[in-house]
Design a protein around this ligand. Sequence first.
Ligand code: COA
Length: 391
Amino acid sequence: MKIGIDKIGFYTPHLYVDMNKLAVSRNVEPEKFTIGIGQEKMAIPPLTQDAVSLAANAALKILDDDDKEKIDFVIFGTESGIDHSKSAAVYVHQLLGLKPQARAIELKQACYGATAGIQMAKGHIALHPGSKVLVLGSDIARYGLNTSGEATQGAGAVALLISADPKIMVLEEHNAYMTADIMDFWRPIYADKAFVDGKFSNEQYIAFFNNVWRQYKEKTGLELQDYEAICYHLPYTKMGKKALRTILDEGTVVDQERIMANYQISTAYNRVVGNIYTGSLYLSLLSLLEQKENLEAGSRIGLYSYGSGAVGEFFSGILQPNYRKHLQIDQHTKLFSERTEVTVPEYEAIFEETLPTNDRKVELEIDQDPATICFAGITDNKRQYINKSAK
Ligand code: COA
């Protein structure tokens, strides 16, 4: 049975900061951010967007009535959860009007959560071929003002509909994965910003990649030449390139040029959004599929997922005939073109705005946020969401 990605939705908040201007205000050469790290713009989430609303907005535009009837499992990968007990998936299930006969859970393993969700979805569809699974990867990356991680923040969500006979990409049978208990990036329960050992994290990302790449080659017999492109989890767009460079000499010059050119295209959206943790790999895949017009059906795309702490996985998919017809290219072009730039002081003020940690009632101004689904406040310790299209 063919199982894979049937639809892909994406959402990022309407505000961004320019990385050149952020560099100037931090007394850093702009090229460090735009070339050394590889980021041009960084999405800034207003208080009216959280992991739930971002994910719901990402999924809103891709689901039709038939999908809603068939979805019986919602899997939410995130490391920006809003509740220790109740899953973010339950909120999204309600906001999207999905049928009650469904499972809804949240998964956590840093940026790896959505990949775990996809693999779980694959098993579910194998047992229940008539059903569909909604997998969400949604996060807000926060390292703190004036920190070395600051230039690698961002916010956004990707929604993937997983089904049998998918319209976009069939996931191949094999996977290669590994786990090791390391402290390269983590966020204790009491902290609202991540701790990171940046250099160690970079090293481990590459070491895990080399390990799962080798395992996958041994399991499948596939070589670099068999891939049209390889997409990476992208905490910042230079990161994937560092890992890719370690295997490039396994191919001919033609392979190297193809894979490197496609890598550049696969970073297009990530360069102007920043890190979205669980969704980053799938945002990179979306960049490639939407920004490269002549990828042929039947092409194999490799996918490298990495979640600090750490779990790494390599797997691959085959593009399906007419896959481009099932992408939301116009919608995503509009989403990017309608964003508003904020100044560095405005970004800092938004960053410092936080919710109370007691039971005080909160009412947020959602009229300033063009998103269809917004986080509107907290009443009686219960988060309130509004779907403007359901009014
Ligand atoms: N022009 C071009 N490149 C420049 C430059 C300039 N003027 N100045 C610096 N650079 C390059 C550096 O050479 C370096 O490139 P390299 O990594 O290829 O050697 C890059 O810019 C970054 O510089 P560096 O000094 O290493 O930056 P930093 O100490 O501020 O930290 C990170 C960068 C990425 C480690 C940091 O932002 C971080 O920790 N981010 C979070 C990492 C993460 O997300 N990990 C978790 C999941 S994988």
